[in-house]
Design a protein around this ligand. Structure first.
Ligand SMILES: NC(=O)c1ccc[n+]([C@@H]2O[C@H](COP(=O)([O-])OP(=O)(O)OC[C@H]3O[C@@H](n4cnc5c(N)ncnc54)[C@H](OP(=O)(O)O)[C@@H]3O)[C@@H](O)[C@H]2O)c1
Length: 345
């Protein structure tokens, strides 16, 4: 089995590449920078690298021409980007999806898998949504808007006969998660998460990164063309999420105070320009808090059935996330210590 993969160097992409290779399949991974550490890592695992960019359709043509499966997993996932960067996010998430999926269709690739997101459906209110859910609310973030547009492109191509399966991961968690929740987890592990949190009642579906990767690999084996699959370990309120963290080794075991929403909104709005001024990643921002206040509840029953997939419990997913994050932090400390020993000045 020959696979052409985009986004193989990312948070979901690395365990996905590993799972595809472990099945004995050949993986050609499209990367923007073959020389960087993440590219080298998947090369060491056994992937063949090809330099290219999803915004440049022709850069993918020759490597894609003789494969059995195309998995389009590349994307730009970030909240709080500046208006001036919207064009670039649109180019990657929307035009990149159009380029990759239409090229695969044009080349007659028999199986095409696209990583969309539950955000393509929008927030769900009190409902636990499945794949038939029809969007009820406009997007809250620019990222959500681009994933909605890209999802529509994939569905449009399915309708004209492209052999596409769409996977919609819930909020992906795990060691190395670069989202706002990932940042809070790292603060918990480092024991610097304050005992004051916000939006206790906002509910979100989460999926553990290895489960998301496994489900995408299983789409190649068991997925049905034309289908959409939601990937999720379950839904939980943020209050329940922090209760799960507290069962694992880490920071404070009690949340003293849950901030009322208007104060949480104000703090996140204030944090955004400060983070920008300090040149650190934008984590706490208007888009993050606006999303956190809402419910995004989904069921993965169809993926469990069609893909013969067992999603671990959310409690286990958090324990695995926190344990994995602790190992990552330890590895970084060891690397820094070794670097200081070699270069004392
Ligand atoms: N993380 C989540 O919670 C979540 C949830 C639902 C859906 N998703 C979707 O899952 C996919 C992967 O997300 P992730 O969290 O793994 O993101 P990530 O860690 O940021 O990785 C993004 C990947 O896309 C690649 N990429 C970005 N722009 C590209 C371009 N112009 N051309 C080629 N490759 C490009 C990156 O390559 P470089 O190494 O060159 O940067 C990287 O491999 C995205 O489509 C995202 O929207 C993510």
């Amino acid at each position: 089995m020959k696979i052409f993969l985009t986004g193989g160097t990312g948070f979901i992409g690395k365990p996905l590449t590993d799972r595809l290779l472990k099945r004995g399949w050949e993986v050609t991974a499209l990367v923007r920078r073959p020389e960087n550490d993440e590219s080298k890592l998947i090369q060491t695992l056994g992937a063949q690298l090809i330099r290219g960019d999803v915004t440049d359709k022709e850069s993918m043509r020759s490597a894609m021409s003789a494969v059995d499966v195309v998995i389009h997993n590349a994307g730009w996932y970030e909240f709080g980007i500046l208006q001036k960067d919207h064009d670039q996010m649109y180019k990657i998430n929307v035009e990149g999806t159009q380029n990759t999926l239409s090229l695969a269709f044009e080349l007659g690739i028999p199986k095409i898998i696209y990583t969309s997101s539950i955000l393509a459906f929008g927030r769900t209110g009190q409902i636990i949504a499945d794949e038939a859910y029809v969007r009820q609310f406009p997007p809250l973030t620019y990222y959500e808007e681009t994933k909605m547009n890209a999802h529509e492109i994939a569905v449009g191509l399915q309708k004209i006969g492209a052999p596409i399966m769409i996977v919609c991961p819930a909020g992906v968690i795990g060691p190395g998660d670069h989202s706002g929740i990932g940042c809070l987890v790292r603060m918990y592990v480092r024991r610097c998460l304050p005992p004051i949190l916000w939006t206790p009642n906002g509910r979100l579906a989460h999926v553990y990164v290895d489960d998301a990767a496994e489900a995408i690999a299983r789409c190649v084996e068991y997925g049905k063309i034309g289908e959409v699959y939601i990937l999720s370990n379950g839904n939980q309120a943020h209050r329940e999420m922090s209760d799960d963290w507290k069962k694992c080794e880490g920071g404070c075991k009690t949340t003293w105070f849950w901030l009322p929403n208007p104060i949480a909104v104000l703090l996140n709005r204030l944090a955004e320009p400060v983070e920008r001024f300090l040149g650190i990643p934008i984590v706490f921002c208007k888009e993050f808090i606006f999303s956190a206040k809402e419910n995004w509840q989904f069921t993965a029953a169809k993926a469990e059935q069609d893909l013969h997939m067992h999603f671990r419990s959310l409690e286990k997913a958090w324990c695995d996330t926190i344990a994995g994050e602790r190992i990552l932090i330890q590895k970084k400390k060891t690397k820094k210590y070794q670097h200081q020993k070699i270069n004392p000045n």
